[in-house]
Design a protein around this ligand. Structure first.
Ligand SMILES: Nc1ncnc2c1ncn2[C@@H]1O[C@H](COP(=O)(O)OP(=O)(O)OP(=O)(O)O)[C@@H](O)[C@H]1O
Ligand SMILES: [Mg+2]
Length: 160
């Protein structure tokens, strides 16, 4: 099997507005089948990032909250569906796979998973990892690591 393509970028944001602007930029670059694995401590800004991605790619008025208890939210636009997962409360990988991940990942939908590092085995394919690191009350380091053609094509288009 040939090696997967890999790529990396990182950005520092100074406040929530800059995180949102970054998410809006990402939202304009989504391609069908993209899987975004989000990592970061409680309150790092994972949901805030998803809100801004959904705002720019589907509709700015859609309410986006962490799907901590329901595990998955669906945001449907005219030509894009985003599935938003939260792996925080999952006991194991089987519980995650039971959500129907095989069908939802890499179809035409975009999938975004908060706490993806709780189920790392689920992310072997083409995945864009985004780690939000809390560096201060309002500052965050955003580290992006892509594996696969789709994720790296998106990273290549980021020019903030
Ligand atoms: N630079 C920043 N980017 C994002 N959020 C920020 C930033 N600075 C401060 N915040 C605040 O941090 C909080 C981030 O909350 P959010 O729900 O997005 O975190 P989360 O990573 O999804 O947490 P959880 O793991 O609990 O779901 C918000 O209250 C937001 O106002
Ligand atoms: Mg959250």
């Amino acid at each position: 099997m040939s090696e997967q393509k890999t790529c990396r970028r990182q950005f520092a944001v100074q406040n929530e507005t800059e995180t949102a602007a970054f998410g809006e930029l990402l939202g304009r670059l989504l391609t069908p089948g993209l899987v975004i694995a989000l990592v970061g401590d409680l309150g790092a800004g994972k949901t805030r990032l998803v809100q801004s991605i959904v705002a720019s790619s589907i509709d700015k008025d859609i309410e986006v909250t962490s799907p901590t208890f329901v595990l998955i939210h669906e945001y449907a636009g005219a030509d894009l569906v985003i599935y938003h997962f939260d792996a925080y409360r999952l006991k194991d990988i089987d519980e995650f796979l039971d959500l129907g991940v095989d069908e939802l990942f890499h179809g035409d939908n975009v999938c975004i998973i908060e706490w993806a590092d709780k189920v790392p085995e689920a992310f072997r394919g083409d995945v864009l990892w985004i780690k939000l690191e809390i560096t201060g009350t309002e500052t965050r380091q955003i580290e992006l690591a892509g594996t696969g053609e789709r994720a790296c094509a998106l990273l290549g288009q980021l020019d903030t």
